[in-house]
Ligand binder design. Structure first.
Ligand SMILES: Nc1ncnc2c1ncn2[C@@H]1O[C@H](COP(=O)(O)OP(=O)(O)OP(=O)(O)O)[C@@H](O)[C@H]1O
Ligand code: SF4
Ligand SMILES: [Mg+2]
Length: 395
């Protein structure tokens, strides 16, 4: 396994080998008039090249703040940050802004959720791709950058890229615009690609094709990918490892298979139970467990999940309410944050897991099913695109 739950800085585990991306005890706090918002509070993970880490969790759990921290996007805010983020051995938290700017869009790039808001409506797709390239390759002739743009548009599956490169964002269908965003992120061969809900706005078949595309491009470019999503089906489709976030913390971390078949935290068990079955395949936001996530300003004492957890009475001495569990190894390569002893969890979670039973298979089956439909989607995307272009021709 290349994507691992790392030990804190200075441990023997880190001494031997540093992964391509190392995030260690990352904290991002925002002071506000109402108090300090502890958006990310001690996240640790590592990621190797060629591997994909899925970050899942409900809205407000700190997924985007974590990824924005890696990209250095909190520098312009009042965020208080601590911990360590190292990319290829380079400490990003202490790097001067000019060097950070050089890394952004070059060594690391981001695919945003909403391609329309990320693409400028007044410039052609080609000029935006060329600009993204020339920011980092100032001496490269425009012609060379344009031929690269055409090449990448073709590689992300846009038909007639030579002609499409001179069109405007509104002349592309939603699925095609998302491909343009991926092409944009890949213009400078990033070694780290962060995709924040890249498929949420797309329907399930377009989503499958975009995910397949990311997998193909990862094989070709060997990039490390962080995929942020609400959707465990997307994680099953593409990730090697998963980090489950709750209230700015990691509550469970391990391989996709282990997480699906041997979840070690009540929150993950709840997430799995909330997913649609194979006969109900559709895009679903995770909102599975009764109650809401806690305020990040006034967190409950003890385990942050205790207001929503059905198992608190099984833990002696009200420990769930007085002591926050550490993120501890449940079995090799897998960690979770819960006071229930690992050897008792399969029994304690048995009832919930039996309801989930074939859901794990269903979710993974749904992922396969989506993949099978990608050819059909290409044809439909083409048709959508033609529909978008027809009025232009008629005008
Ligand atoms: N600049 C800021 N100032 C204060 N609070 C912030 C700031 N940026 C983010 N937050 C808070 O941090 C928390 C985590 O936000 P984040 O955007 O990471 O959530 P998320 O997990 O990505 O959610 P979603 O799934 O809805 O995108 C939220 O409560 C958010 O309101
Ligand atoms: S520590 Fe207690 S409250 Fe937290 S997840 Fe485990 S059982 Fe639930
Ligand atoms: Mg987000």
């Amino acid at each position: 396994m290349s994507v691992t739950a790392t030990q804190p800085t200075g441990s023997a585990a880190n001494a031997d080998h540093e992964a391509f991306l190392e995030v260690d005890d990352l904290r991002v706090h925002f002071p506000t008039d109402d108090g300090v918002v502890k958006s990310v509070d001690g996240i640790t993970f590592s990621l190797e090249k060629g591997q994909t880490l899925g970050i899942v969790g409900e809205s407000g759990s700190g997924k985007s703040v974590t990824s924005q921290a890696v990209l250095g996007l909190h520098r312009r805010t009042n965020a208080k940050m601590s911990g360590r983020i190292a990319l290829d051995g380079q400490d990003l938290l202490t790097l001067p802004e000019a060097e950070m700017r050089h890394l952004r869009g070059n060594k690391m790039a981001m695919v945003f959720q909403d391609p329309l808001s990320a693409l400028h409506p007044y410039y052609t797709v080609g000029s935006q791709l060329i600009e993204a390239y020339r920011v980092h390759h100032k001496s490269t002739a425009k012609k060379v950058a344009k031929s690269r743009a055409v090449d990448l548009l073709g590689r992300v599956g846009i038909p007639n890229p030579k002609r499409r490169v001179d069109q405007y964002p509104h002349e592309f269908s939603g699925g095609m615009r998302q491909r343009v965003m991926i092409a944009m992120a890949l213009m400078n061969d990033p070694e780290l690609l962060i995709a924040d809900e890249p498929t949420t706005a797309l329907d399930v078949t377009v989503q499958a094709q975009i995910l397949d595309l990311m997998k193909d491009l990862q094989r070709e470019f060997g990039s490390a990918i962080i995929l942020i999503t609400h959707d465990l089906g997307v994680v099953a489709d593409i990730a090697d490892d998963v980090l489950v976030m709750y209230a700015g913390r990691c509550v469970e971390q391990g391989t996709v298979d282990d997480l699906f078949y041997q979840p070690q935290h009540p929150y993950t068990v709840g997430l799995l139970g909330s997913m649609p079955r194979l006969d109900q395949v559709r895009q679903t936001r995770l909102d599975p467990i009764p109650g809401n996530p806690p305020s990040l300003i006034n967190l409950p004492s003890g385990c942050k999940f205790n207001p929503r957890c059905p198992y608190t009475e099984l833990v002696p001495d009200r420990l769930c309410f007085t002591e926050e569990p550490a993120l501890a190894e449940a079995f090799p390569g897998h960690r979770s944050r819960c006071h229930i002893p690992p050897e008792e969890r399969s029994v304690v979670f048995a009832e919930a897991l039996s309801k989930r039973g074939d859901r794990a298979d269903s979710i993974k089956g749904a992922a396969d099913d989506r993949s099978r439909r990608t050819a059909e989607t290409t044809r439909r995307d083409d048709a959508d695109d033609r529909a978008v272009r027809e009025p232009e021709r008629g005008a």
